[in-house]
Design a binder for this molecule. Sequence first.
Ligand code: NAP
Length: 485
Amino acid sequence: MSLITKIENYKLYINGEWIEPISGEYFDVVNPASGEVVSKAAAGDERDTKKAIEASYHAFPEWSTKPAAERARILRRLSQLLLENEADIARTISLEVGKPIQQAIIEVKGSAEYTLWNAEEARRIYGETIPAPIRNKRLKVIRQPVGPVAAITPWNFPLSMVIRKIAPALAAGCTVVLKPAELTPGSAVQVCQLAKQAGVPAGVLNLVTGNPVKIGETLLSDKRIRKITFTGSTPVGKQLLKQAADQVKRVSMELGGHAPLIVFEDADLEQAVASATQVKFYNSGQTCICPNRIYVQSSIKESFLVLFKERVGALKVGNGLDGNVDVGPLTSKNALEKVKSHVEDALGKGATLIIGGKEPVVEGYKEGYFYSPTILCDINESMLISNEETFGPVASITTFDSEDEVVEKANNTDYGLAAYIFTKDLSRSVRVSEALEYGMVGINDIGLAVVEGPFGGVKESGMGREGGPNGLNDFLESKLISTLI
Ligand code: NAP
């Protein structure tokens, strides 16, 4: 079955123009459900990146001093344009990531909301006046944009990860050089097209696709780039942190997760199972906040497994664009291989397979990177799945007996992004949520990614927060102005 009618060549967007990469080369962007090439994207390198940095540097003085109300108006228009183009953008996301189209639509709507929130926040970049220690002195603090920013984003939420960076950056008055993931450049290209229509001036937002190492090194070694905001894996984040240290560049890091989901015996079991199914298998388990370790209290193990197996068994696997699909393919062959290796490793070390554990044949999509929704139990801490992000549709279940034991197990990781607990005991919910070493904790709740709340992790899951009342802080510097009168 062929989905593609026309293959687009995505160019680079620099200084308000769509331009050919200096190399003259393009790389293939593939639909992971079918293996078809859906578009080609510019293979940019250090020479194109230099041009983009130049453009962002020259656009900064004008954009950073534009009245906040004007920046806000432009971002509101961008938010509106995202909604008006929802169907096209969602199709691009689904084609490149493989995710179910209804999840792609949610991503577009959420990104529009995020843009709107940041448009509103642009007008609330308040300063302070501080009582001075002597009579003839006045102290005030103003907040100014950090400067041109480099934004590097992953493929799993290709639109919302881009918007989470460019919306607050532009709202704060920063200019941006954006490098989206190689697997999923399409929605970033669409954002730049819409930003131009919305009135974002030339040079304020620039897009470079291509070789990540060359582009990254160029961005990080150039003194004109004052900050890097990165979302991606912890190993790449650590590398970028080291490179940023040379010039003491500001950094925001949204890195990997290894979320625990804890179900206590007093939980509403139906709700816990429904929530675990939804949050584990969303985007085929390729989310930074999806639970990689599910801890179930021993006394409810059997009843939890019966209900969980029933729900997971009912999930429909297929091409995300086909409409009534719950779980699409993995986004790349590498991702599929990693999932398979985690399952094999766990089974080899004594895990029990409850359901799944295979590559299903999806009618019409033999080349797709599909993996069936899987439940493993009898997991122990020697298994890869207990220590690394699996990033796939595999739920691994361990039992526990006491609250102290499960908190210790849940915290026994270098990651610290999201955690979930299910309990009806109010005191326990307070105790455990406070004891978990994570940036975000859901109590009987899986909806952590809301623009109103600060999103981010502790330990090796990152630094900085996106969204929430202080979401612009990462793009602002405070300046003290002291006056003797
Ligand atoms: P990744 O391999 O770290 O890549 C992320 C971005 O960095 C991509 O644009 C990639 O480019 C680029 N990159 C790779 N190597 C680079 C280098 N040496 N220098 C500069 N840039 C480089 O991560 P991913 O596989 O795309 O995304 C999945 C990861 O992101 C998971 O660990 C997930 O948990 C994490 N994540 C975290 C959050 C959060 O909010 N904390 C949200 C979403 C995802 P190419 O694509 O061109 O290789």
